[in-house]
Design a protein around this ligand. Structure first.
Ligand code: PEP
Ligand code: MG
Length: 874
């Protein structure tokens, strides 16, 4: 197996297609070299070597050394320089790069190849000894820190010592002689740590290569993968990129930058980025110096700027997606160090996908695959209540690095953020800047605020990826980490105080601010979801009980109601009293009288649902929950309630006691209630059909579907079906109109599922109640399983929470069986899902594959379901 891939001098052995083998960075460097772009030559050691290294007790394949040697020779030839040469030394960077971008996670070493001799040559050849010695000390520092594990902070201290001695504050004021001193101090630090700085460049190289492979398994890399859902073993490992150095810090005609071909925050088609003159790339990413906007380069070197813009366009066209590009200018010559698919906000993801379709670069199916259901979810997520914002005290402003609103208690370190968040306390992580060590805390926090750094700093990039609100570079905020407080605009904010940050505007506020969800879909999101509608096969309906929710659902694109839980209507206003009167009735006549009062109210609700759904089907489920849920169970309330219901407290107590069940979820509920009290089903049927009749008379379209819950045997359904149909048909006949309605059932009891052929003889549709079906198939109480499910997941017994993501092997098989049996009897049988799984993308994919007709989910999940259904169909 080939282990080393070379590129440079107009050729490349690899390409973008080899991303798994060469990592994202290596594959794209090869691709750019192939495109003829100015890329510093180099070679990539494959991810397979990383895999081998970890599987073979940290050793390398025997032939690796020879392959690296050969590649190094080619690099020397192409560059015209020699490794370790006294006159014209080759210097390289050694960088990690896995198939999935892990920003800042892995280690990088720059300026490798410098030693006491080659530094002199670098000084002579550049005519800039200050630059050469600065490069040398940076290398010794990075090498010590990254490859040998000497604390970074020891080096910083030594550097500060030299600055203090000289009475200066910044590195820029140091001269060649000062850096020579720094080099000597650094070597002392190695000695104190019991290490030696290797003068032999080859030795340096092998130590660095091993360090990069080693970093694949360091804590922060493991944590990053865990947070981002990358399973161990899913990736082979990291590749190692050995690339000829180019220097952005060789004076004012040099510099470094990061740019995006479109704005990663808004998705706007504008070039976007940052440029830092006379600096190395690390300076930008670390957020130590705040860079200029990209246009600054146009002022300094217009020709270089023009070339950059041209190549940015070429890259975006080539990859057909927004690119995140790193470049360096060395003495007026432009080099590309990296290109990759740019991370973007949810808003930008949608806009870019839709714009690229309009520009003819990608098709609709591709666009639909470019946005995750989570991103759509984020777009429907919180912003601050504007009125509350007006009343709040603004205490600072920074760069709006990642949109969204967040409120929480201030914490100054990542570990504390993790601890507090675990206890359920919302926190805002406030840091001077962030580094990869902080990723756990960033993930736990509601939002992130940093005092320094730009839009491409670690904090900004990571927060955007996580979809966390973040503000960076808020320079008014002066942090005192020791005292655990910050001051801003004269206000001192202490550890544990509440603040609110708006990552969309960049503003920081004192105190808590209420957040609200945005309503409605507009602009590109609506367009993208229309693409999704063109592609998807599954229908998407909503679970909505009241007209308000039904309207939200319709605005979000629901094509009907898949489940109206009628009992929810009984809790509104004084209806509960009427319901209670019905429950405590002693005779059928009393019960019918109470129901008669409920009927007009239900009818109006149903009209509202029909109205909202504009002729799409509305599935209304007959009363489902056990009756005790409608009655109080504490003495005081009973004392108050009994006289209102015209009975004694003792009588009420007895009723409550009689209704008590040890296992109410498997008790007197669903169809079982209707078998005991058919008059309830009669009233509800009347309300549905009368509402529909009134709609028809108003000239409106309606498609009522009456659904019987918790059916386990066809005999239950037969009994109810007859009552419902007789009631409905009589009303329709009396009204003298045409009205189509359907009677169907929920499949949520295992017996119902496996006798679906019998049930399908009667039911016109099935709706899988996957909540109860999961409960009863697994035998896990849906109300109590939370106590032990984590043990199951930790021990790998169930991979995931089966109430969140449908258990495909068990419950899924139940669904398939019911589908096959059902359709074998009635090929026209309509099949839907109305359990919580109907809004879960992973489950939606399964339901698509199982060839159901639709899913039904809560109104806010409708857009997500539309997208997920389309993605399942691509
Ligand atoms: C179900 O069981 O999946 C269902 C939709 O009904 P409910 O959640 O109301 O029991
Ligand atoms: Mg149910």
């Amino acid at each position: 197996e080939k282990m080393v891939y070379f590129y440079g001098g107009g050729i490349a052995e690899g390409s973008a297609k080899l991303k798994n083998l060469l990592g994202g960075k290596g594959a794209n460097l090869a691709e750019m070299a192939k495109m003829g772009l100015p890329v510093p030559a180099g070679f990539t050691i494959t991810t397979e070597v990383c895999d081998y290294y970890w599987k073979h007790n940290k050793t390398f394949p025997e032939t690796l050394e020879a392959e690296v040697e050969a590649a190094l020779e080619r690099l020397e030839k192409v560059s015209g320089k020699k490794f370790g040469d006294k006159d014209n030394p080759l210097l390289v960077s050694v960088r990690s790069g896995a198939a999935v971008s892990m920003p800042g996670m892995m280690d990088t070493i720059l300026n490798l190849g410098l030693n006491d001799e080659t530094v002199e040559a670098l000084a002579k050849n550049t005519g800039n000894p200050r630059f050469a010695y600065d490069a040398y000390r940076r290398f010794i520092q990075m090498f010590g820190d990254v490859a040998l594990g000497i604390p970074h902070h020891d080096f910083e201290e030594a550097l500060n010592e030299v600055k203090a001695e000289k009475g200066v504050k910044s590195d820029i004021e140091l001269e060649a002689e000062d850096f020579k001193k720094v080099v000597e101090l650094y070597k002392e630090i190695y000695k104190k740590a019991g290490k030696e700085f290797p003068q032999d460049p080859k030795k340096q190289l092998w130590i660095a290569i091993e360090a990069v492979f080693g970093s694949w398994m360091n804590d922060r890399a493991i944590k990053y993968r865990a947070i981002n859902g990358i399973k161990e073993g899913e990736l082979l490992g990291t590749a190692v990129n050995v690339v000829m150095m180019v220097f952005g810090n060789m004076g004012e005609d040099s510099g470094t930058g990061v740019c995006f071909t479109r704005d990663p925050n808004t998705g706007e088609k504008v070039k976007y980025g940052e440029y830092l003159p006379n600096a190395q790339g690390e300076d930008v990413v670390a957020g130590i110096r705040t860079p200029y906007p990209l246009e600054k380069l146009n002022e300094i070197m217009p020709d270089v700027y023009k070339e950059l813009i041209d190549i940015m366009d070429r890259l975006e066209h080539h990859y057909k997606d927004m690119q995140d590009i790193e470049f360096t200018v060395e003495k007026g010559k432009l080099y590309f160090l990296q290109t990759r698919t740019g991370k973007r906000t949810a808003k930008a993801a949608v806009k870019i996908a839709v714009d690229l379709v309009k520009e003819g670069l990608i098709d609709k199916a591709t666009a639909v695959m470019r946005v995750t259901p989570d991103q759509i979810d984020k777009l429907l997520h919180p912003a601050f209540d504007e009125n509350e914002v007006k009343k709040s005290q603004e205490i600072g402003e920074g760069l709006p690095a990642s949109p969204g609103a967040a409120t929480g208690k201030v914490v100054f370190n990542a570990d504390e953020a993790e601890e507090l968040a675990k206890e359920g306390t919302p926190v805002i992580l406030v840091r001077p800047e962030t580094s990869p060590e902080d990723v756990g805390g960033m993930n736990a926090a509601e939002g992130i605020l940093t005092a320094t750094g730009g839009m491409t700093s670690h904090a900004a990039v990571v927060a955007r990826g996580m979809g966390k609100p973040a503000i960076v570079g808020a320079e008014e905020i002066v942090i005192d980490e020791k005292a655990k407080e910050f001051t801003a605009r004269g206000v001192t904010v202490k550890d544990g105080d509440w603040i609110s940050i708006d990552g969309t505007t960049g503003k920081v506020y004192l105190g808590k601010i209420k957040t609200i969800k945005p309503l409605g879909l507009e602009g590109e999101v609506a367009e993208l979801l229309e693409y999704a509608d063109d592609i998807r096969v599954l229908g998407v309906r909503a679970n909505a009980d009241i007209p308000r929710d039904a309207n939200v659902a319709r605005n979000f694109g629901a094509e009907g109601i898949g489940l109206c839980r009628t009992e929810h209507m009984f809790f509104e206003g004084d209806r509960i009293q009427k319901m209670r009167r019905m429950i405590v009735s002693k005779t059928v006549e009393q019960r019918e009288a109470a129901l008669a009062e409920l009927l007009p109210l239900q009818k109006e609700d149903f009209k509202g649902l029909f109205e909202a759904m504009e002729g799409f089907p509305v599935t209304i489920r007959l009363l489902d929950p056990p009756l005790h849920e409608f009655l109080p169970n504490d003495e005081e309330q009973m004392k108050e309630l009994a006289p209102q219901l015209g009975i004694t407290v003792e009588e009420l107590k007895e009723i409550v006691e009689n209704l008590h069940e040890f296992n109410p979820m498997m008790g007197h509920r669903g169809v079982r209630l209707a078998i005991t009290y058919p008059e309830v089903a009669v009233m509800q049927t009347k309300a549905i059909i009368l509402a529909a009749i009134e709609m028809v008379k108003e000239g409106k379209k309606v498609k009522p579907e009456i659904m019987i819950p918790l059916v386990g045997t066809v005999n239950e359904l037969k009994y109810l079906d007859k009552i419902v149909r007789e009631t409905a048909d009589k009303l329709i006949e009396e009204a003298g109109i045409d009205l189509d309605y359907k009677v169907g059932t929920m499949i949520e009891v295992p017996r119902g599922a496996i006798t679906a052929d019998e049930i399908a003889e009667v039911a016109e549709f099935f709706s899988f109640g996957t909540n109860d079906l999961t409960q009863m198939t697994l035998g896990f109480s849906r109300d109590d399983y939370g106590k032990f499910i984590n043990d199951y997941i930790e021990k790998g017994i169930y991979e995931k929470d089966p109430f969140k993501h449908v258990d495909q092997t068990g419950v899924g098989r139940m669904v398939k069986i019911a589908k096959d049996y059902g359709r074998s009897v009635n090929p026209e049988l309509k099949l839907g899902v109305c359990g919580e799984h109907g809004g879960d993308p992973e489950s939606i994919e399964f339901f698509h594959k199982t060839q159901l007709d639709y899913v039904s989910c809560s109104p806010y999940r409708v857009p997500i379901a539309r997208l997920a259904a389309a993605q399942a169909a691509v």
